[in-house]
Design a protein around this ligand. Sequence first.
Ligand SMILES: N=CN[C@@H](CCC(=O)O)C(=O)O
Ligand SMILES: [Zn+2]
Length: 418
Amino acid sequence: MTLHVDLLLKNIGQLLPMRSAGPRTGVAMQELEVLEGAVLGIKDGKIAFIGTKDSEITASEVIDCKGRLVTPGLVDPHTHVVFGGSREHEMALKQQGVPYLEILKQGGGILSTVEATRKASMEQLYDKASFHLDRMLTYGTTTVEAKSGYGLDKETELKQLRVAKELQQNHQIDLVSTFLGAHAIPKTHKDNPELFLEEMLDLLDEIKKEHLAEFVDIFTETGVFTVEQSRKYLQKAKDKGFELKIHADEIDPLGGTEMAASLEARSADHLVGASDEGIRKLAETGTIAVLLPGTTFYLGKSTFARAREMIEQGVTVSLATDFNPGSSPTENLQLIMSIAALYLKMSPEEIWNAVTINAAYAIGRGQEAGQLDLGRKADVVIWDAPNYLYIPYHYGVNHVNTVIKNGKVVVERMSIRE
Ligand SMILES: N=CN[C@@H](CCC(=O)O)C(=O)O
Ligand SMILES: [Zn+2]
């Protein structure tokens, strides 16, 4: 019997369905199913058919992919997309060699974005975040995690989370929300971080009641929160039914990676200074390593997270932009794929697994995003590229030709080859 679909993608050069029963872990990250000359059928916003060009299938609308690469929409599992202002003035300080944590200590960095975010109305935050999400969509990202953490007071943290909830309801991108009230110590609590953490914990019941976040995160770092403070804080969040994420060992190797694994966090993020023991524990517990090499690159550092050792030891590795106004102002996950190839020495196969299947599992969306399979939602990207090697290889530009979200074309870019 002939199948009729709403939209048919034909003449696909390479199709990466990324079908997997679970996250791809360790050396299994080398696995990549590549279908040559495939067709993809979409019906009612879902994948209805994956097959070859000879298949018996009719369609209301057909896109001729002309030999292009087709993949699932990318998943960005670590961003700080809701914030006020920007920090371009910090670039000169960075050039003078002022370290990131020193800028924060002087009341700049995260704390300057906190001031701008407190001043902004919900509408202003919504419009600005929406602009950044639009840009992510044009770069092929269809699912995004979004953190609060630029309020550092009850009112502004809730404001950020409510903006994220509205965006989740209205924006084409799917959003997953994380409460990062423990992102820095506000000036008012400089001498009493414990009291500040108590105040942030007080918000958890309201956050649960209003469904404002699924995850709780903390910045465990020198001059911010200690491992012991973080452990206590996260355990309380876990007891209240939240899943955990941690900004761990980004700058100084404090042992946040081990802590993340022992709390069975969903992910541990950054991990530039993760110890051997920390890496072993991630492999043991299945806590996903979300690596953010764009941040290391942008902070001008030469030591990157040890992705090769993580993969060889059986860790599940994912990649994200860490989009934020300070340490990684980019919405472009394709650029991060190139940086991962060049500096983390990840293979193209590992990179594609990291930005699709594993990224979706890192934010609890493994069953919905990051894969193209029958019955799954049709979040699809057609790339102006002949094969999957090409995206990390040709860096710094946008390779997207077309983005399809829930079966509908939402981005169509001009192709230089047409
Ligand atoms: N390191 C902590 N938080 C962010 C940066 C936030 C900022 O600088 O505004 C990060 O993941 O890099
Ligand atoms: Zn971050």
